[in-house]
Write a protein that binds this ligand. Sequence first.
Ligand SMILES: [Zn+2]
Length: 150
Amino acid sequence: MNEHLSPEEISLWFAGGRTAELERHAAGCAECGARLGRMDSALAEFRESARSWSEAQSETARRIVWNRPVSHMARRWVLVAASLVILASGPAYWRTRQQARAAEMAHADALLQQVDAEISRAVPQTMEPLVSLVTWGSGPSEESQEKELP
Ligand SMILES: [Zn+2]
């Protein structure tokens, strides 16, 4: 085999699929042997860093496991406090809401009464004095009425 190892053959080598032919070439060819050696040391370095990373992670996980009961207790207390606040503020909120609703209803009633009064009026309130002057006629003469009208 005169050709050097292809990337597929190198992958096969590191995946554990070393054939006798590949081993013969790696042993006989300095270039491919050096290449395989470099990749092997890089993989070893990667394995080592992955192992130390996972050890650091498991250390953190142990710390989390140790801290967990404390945080669980804290969470429970927060839930209890929140429930108490909700229970305590429930009636107050209900009362406030009822008062707000009553005020709103009173406002709406006043508005309706005002609208009702405006509708039942024959002329606008501002013109009522003029109308009463014209209708019941005991007011000033026609000349002065014309002066008052806009
Ligand atoms: Zn080679």
